[in-house]
Every structure is written in C-alpha cells, then in structure tokens.
Design a protein around this ligand. Sequence first.
Ligand code: ATP
Length: 216
Amino acid sequence: MANTKIPHATAKRLPIYYRYLHFLSDAGKQRVSSTELADAVKVDSATIRRDFSYFGALGKRGYGYDVENLLAFFRKTLKQDKLTNVALIGVGNLGHALLNYNFHQSNNVRISAAFDINEDITGTIQSGVPVYHMNDMKEQLTVQQIEIVILTVPAPVAQEVTNELVEVGVKGILNFTPLRITVPNTVRVQNVDLTNELQTLIYFLDKFGSHNENDA
Ligand code: ATP
C-alpha cells in the first residue's frame, strides 16, 4: 500500500483531505460521506471517491468513511506519524517568514536547521532555529539526517546552491525561487513561485472574474 502509484493530482489533494479529517476528528465526528467532504474541501465527490479508490475500498456504501480510519491511513501515507526535519537555505525576508511559520502545528514537519553565507546571521538562532554557514551544510544535513530543504536564496545563485544540495544527497527541494532549477531525476522539486501565483490570480480575475476554473 505504501508504494501504491497514485496520480500527481491525487497526491496534491491528500493534505487537503487530511487537514479536514483532522478538523472532523477534533470535533468528535465519527463518519463522513464523500458528499460532505466534497462540500468542505471543494473537490467534487466523484473525484474524492476516485482518489480514495487508489488506496482500496476505504468507504462503505450508505455509511461513508470512518473518520479515524481515514485519518490513520492518511497520517501514515503522508508520513505524519513521524517527525520530518527539513532545512532552510537562505535566511532573507522570505526565509525568515518561513522560519517563523509554525509548520509543526498543522503537521509533523519542522525546520531544524537553516543555512546562509551572511556572517551577520550565521552562528545565531533565528525563531528558534540555528543558522549555520553553508560550509557546515554537508556535516549538519548528514548528522541531522535531513533529506528535504526549502530553498529561499536569491535566484542568481539558486542553481549553484542546488548543485551543492544534490551533491550532499538531498532528495527533495521546495523551491521558492523563481528559477526552474535543474536536478537529476533522483531528486524531487516542488516549485512555489509566489509572484507567479499572484500574477496568475490577477490574470484570471481580470479575464474570468471570480468563477473558479481549477475544479477537478
Ligand atoms: P528574499 O525576500 O528573497 O528572501 P532578501 O532581500 O531578504 O530577499 P536575498 O538577497 O534574496 O534576500 O537573499 C536571501 C538570503 O539568501 C540572504 O540571507 C542571503 O545572505 C542568502 N544567500 C545568498 N547567497 C547564498 C548562497 N550562495 N548560499 C546560501 N545563502 C545565500
């Protein structure tokens, strides 16, 4: 089951389902129908049933889904049952904001180390996270068994920093820089280009108003 191959679009919806199931569980709800879920997470119920079907028959007709079962299943699939340490590279404005952001509250992810080349901040603790010099990156990532990094360096150095990360064995990069970095196919990149997202939103609002174009 852990190795079930699921479509990328489905994988991207899992954290949304997970968050809502958490909410239901906290509210003491024991079961939920795909229609209720659909209303809450704004994904149509057929898509939800199809998404869930990739993991086998998790729901029962006329009963819906058992909230705790589903939650336990997602926790496992999304590796929420263990704490994942990640590192942040580039403690500028965006880097600082992400250090301050409490990932740990919503899921078991924690930034446990940050890296920079600016000696004004290396050797300090920012928002509870130690900032190391890039020279210590390999050692720290190895010791702390960190395989995932958040990249918030300036775009002109993003590729050279990425090459260093690949060299030390990083497996996943959350890329906040506008540069589409190149990595070998053993490394996974998720791009979060805030400026681009905002411009896309402005474009769609301008062209289509508020009608939601991204269902399904
Ligand atoms: P932003 O809002 O994008 O974070 P900023 O103006 O605060 O912008 P940038 O110039 O984008 O800062 O740099 C972000 C951080 O990346 C800075 O703290 C900078 O010292 C750091 N940095 C620059 N080059 C490197 C590098 N090669 N390796 C690691 N960190 C770097």
